[in-house]
Structure formats: C-alpha cells, structure tokens
Write a protein that binds this ligand. Structure first.
Ligand code: MD3
Ligand code: FE
Length: 216
C-alpha cells in the first residue's frame, strides 16, 4: 500500500469553488500579488485617504476610498459614482496596473473573460466594523461581474438571495481570497458581519476589501 501525500491538496491552482450560480470563490488567488497590492494601496491612500462616508441611513462603520476613473461616493442625499473625490476636489487616483491585471485574471478564471473595471471601491474594516445587507445596483451594466479581493483579517461574509428576506449563507473570507460575482449572483443581497479583532502579520488590525466594478 502507498500513501498519497498529496491527497489533501487541490489538484490544480487556482482552486475554483462555486458558491452560488454565477459566484466563484478563488481561495488565495491574490496571494502571489500581495506585496504589490499593499504597496499600490499605500500610494492610493496617501492621495485619497480612507474616510467614513454618510448615507441616507447614517454614517458607515466601514471607511472607504476609491481608485479608477469612477469612484463610489455617498452622502446624506444618496449614492453615486463620481470621477472626483469630493474631499480633495481631484480625480480619484488611477487604477494601478497590478489591480487591473489581478481583477481581469480572476474574472477570466471564473468564466468572465474581458472584464475591464473602471472603478475600484476600497473598504477598510477595523474591529467591530460591519456592512449591513444590501444589493449593489449603482452600476450601469449588471452584465459585468464584481470582483472582490480580501486582505488582512478574516471576515464572515453573508450571502443571501434576490430578496432581502431570503436566507443568508455565511462564508469565511481570508487574506488573499477573491470572489467573482456575476450572472444571477450579481444582484444578490450580501453583507459583512462585525469584524472580530485580531492582528494580521502584513495588515495589522484591519481587513481591506477591494471591489472591482464596471460602473459606467
Ligand atoms: C455579491 N463589500 O463594497 S465584498 C461592497 O467585504 C461590499 O467589503 C463587501 O459589499 C466587503 O459593496 C463584500 C463581496 C461582494 C461585493 C459585491 C457583490 C459580494 C457581492 C455584489 C453582488 C453580489
Ligand atoms: Fe456590496
């Protein structure tokens, strides 16, 4: 008898886990790019610092910024995509090529070839920060997927259905994980449970999520 030393390892990289119709989890897909991503992130947040936006419902516990030709902005009157950072009056920082390449490769791996995002919303969760159940419907073309990249502390992601009242499934998203949300999953309700405290070796006491979108 022989022992298969590789029996517990995936038979191919990247691993592709379908989590719903149209949604694919690529565990660790961003790992090889982590140093480049973190350096690029620093340059973006030097130009456009994280800030807590207001919404018609109140102030968000998640701090946000953007890069790309369009950025998601919110104030007491509502949400929109805008090419200008309202805090500086300047265009959002350009989307770094390492971001574009990663988003494009992840989308293609999940079956969405030709993804060309024009917006990257960058969310920062510190311990206790959460995102309540919502749909992403401010983009022009629901035919394009959204690609999300998780960095830093792990989070519990809540994934529901097309109605707010649909049952939610929970997924743990860890540093380096990418999820591609397209097809029927594109308009599903989703959210993030309050972040548990911890200390990530590269990112410290926070989780950063990059969401790549075709906004216009
Ligand atoms: C499923 N962000 O920025 S990423 C958001 O972790 C947002 O910061 C969460 O929801 C975060 O809007 C979740 C995963 C995600 C992003 C967009 C989706 C899942 C999605 C759009 C449709 C369905
Ligand atoms: Fe969302």
């Amino acid at each position: 008898m022989t022992i298969d030393l590789f029996a517990s390892l995936p038979d191919a990289w990247p691993s592709r886990e379908p989590i719903a119709e149209g949604a694919v989890l690529l565990r660790g897909f961003a790992g090889p790019a982590e140093a480049e991503l973190i350096a690029a992130l620093r340059e973006i947040t030097d130009q456009a610092p994280f800030r807590h936006m207001s919404t018609p419902g109140g102030q968000m516990s998640v701090a946000m910024t953007n890069c790309g030709s369009a950025g998601w902005v919110s104030d007491r009157s509502g949400y929109r995509y805008d090419g200008t950072d309202p805090q500086s009056g300047k265009p959002w920082p350009a989307m770094p090529s390492a971001f574009q390449k990663l988003a494009r490769e992840a989308a293609a791996t999940a079956g969405f070839a030709g993804f060309a995002p024009d917006a990257c919303l960058i969310n920062r969760y510190q311990p206790g920060a959460r995102m309540s159940l919502h749909q992403d419907r401010d983009e022009n073309d629901f035919g394009a997927p959204i690609v999300s990249v998780s960095l830093g502390l792990p989070a519990t992601f809540l994934f529901g259905g097309l109605k707010r009242s649909d049952k939610t499934q929970r997924y743990r998203l860890e540093h380096g994980d990418i999820v591609v949300w397209g097809g029927p999953a594109r308009l599903a309700f989703h959210g993030v449970a309050p972040l548990a405290d911890g200390d990530h070796a590269l990112m410290g006491r926070q989780r950063i999520n990059l969401t790549f979108r075709k906004a216009r």
